[in-house]
Design a protein around this ligand. Structure first.
Ligand code: SF4
Length: 355
């Protein structure tokens, strides 16, 4: 009998339906003039409200550029949380998905944290409701609970540790070396990858990212044969057979660094397409090709786009700045408990990088 917990088909369907709804809620592309006008207005609003824009690599290029031009930040979820913690702005505007806004609020409770779009979900977060997760933890009281950053505040509050994809391997290796048995949630692919690499004793929640689970190994293998000199960069939320074809497996920041540092001109990239903007900045002149994700069961033909990340845009940012709506509020007991597991992650990461 497997100790891992499966996700009911009805929930998987609900998650897919929510993703399709989000795709339909994307605003139409702006004209160049409209975009310039909006940029001018949002820059002014950010300044007058002493607000900083903190953006994930997966949001559109104009938001990433705006964040950097106005003293904000672009990074992965761990880096975003750390920037929000260290920055002295009164308001943090999160261009990303809900768990990122919650993480910012958990670490910076005295600040006002606003989302550009509160319905920007994450399929991993949706796949792991707090009440069911608590029951799963109660079934395994002997295990150290490690949850991926892509979870709700409630789930983080139950965890001993939070991990991002940039530190998951190091953290689980460290815990396993100390003889700890692990309960991992919610990403089954990242969990299986870490389990394989570390040989740790792990039980896995069976959530997945709707973008990364669509990458196809057979088509990727064919593309590799067509482009034998290309290096393959894969995010570990992808299925095992896709990971097996990678030259580098890593978090978003690690993928960008690999594109910059590796001696290759062409890269096949298995992660959300928004990252190409930073990769092109980090490695100008190199060519980046999206890994194939078309075919049966795929969300789209070859989009590699997160429908929730793409809800973040300039019109919605202006609306948030004007109205002050979309504030993240978290119950203080939950926040304090979640802060413990996130702070341990931040401290582990600092210790690991400076050791
Ligand atoms: S790309 Fe996947 S993991 Fe990232 S926010 Fe979207 S659904 Fe979640």
């Amino acid at each position: 009998m497997s100790l891992n917990i499966s996700i009911p088909n009805t929930r998987q369907k609900t998650i897919r339906d929510l993703a399709v709804q989000a795709e339909h809620r994307r605003n139409p592309r702006l004209s160049a003039t409209q975009q310039d006008e909006l940029l001018t207005r949002t820059k002014s609003l950010l300044k007058t409200q002493n607000a900083v824009l903190v953006a994930h690599y997966y949001v559109d290029a104009e938001l990433q550029d705006l964040a950097e031009e106005t003293g904000g930040f672009v990074g992965d979820s761990l880096e975003m949380a750390r920037f929000g913690l260290e920055n002295d702005a009164d308001t943090i505007i999160v261009a990303g998905v809900r768990f990122m806004g919650e993480t910012a609020k958990i670490l910076s409770p005295e600040k006002r944290v606003l989302m550009i779009e509160t319905s920007a979900e994450c399929s991993l977060d949706l796949a792991c409701p707090g009440d069911e997760f608590n029951e799963f933890c109660d079934m395994h009281p002997d295990r150290t609970v490690v949850v991926y950053a892509n979870t709700s505040a409630e789930v983080k509050a139950r965890a001993d540790w939070v991990a991002t994809s940039s530190i998951a391997l190091d953290l689980i290796k460290d815990l396993s070396t100390r003889g700890e048995k692990i309960l991992w949630a919610p990403d089954k692919f990242l969990g299986a990858y870490v389990q394989k690499e570390t040989a740790a004793d792990m039980v896995l929640w069976q959530g997945s990212c709707i973008v990364h689970e669509d990458f196809k190994a057979t088509a990727l293998e064919a593309l590799k044969q067509h482009l034998p000199d290309a290096k393959v960069l894969v995010h570990p939320e992808s299925p095992g057979p896709v990971i097996a074809l990678a030259d580098v497996v890593g978090s978003t920041t690690q993928i960008i660094n690999a594109a910059r540092d590796l001696d290759a001109d062409t890269f096949i990239v298995a992660t959300e397409r928004g990252i190409f903007h930073k990769m092109q900045q980090a490695a100008p002149g190199k060519t980046f090709i999206a890994a194939p994700n078309a075919g049966e069961g795929a969300m789209c033909e070859s989009c590699a786009e997160c429908p929730w990340m793409k809800l973040n845009d300039l019109p919605r940012l202006e609306h948030t700045l004007k109205t002050g709506k979309n504030e993240i509020l978290i119950d203080e007991t939950v926040r304090k408990q979640a802060a413990r597991s996130i702070t341990r992650m931040v401290e582990f990461n600092t210790r690991d990088r400076t050791a």
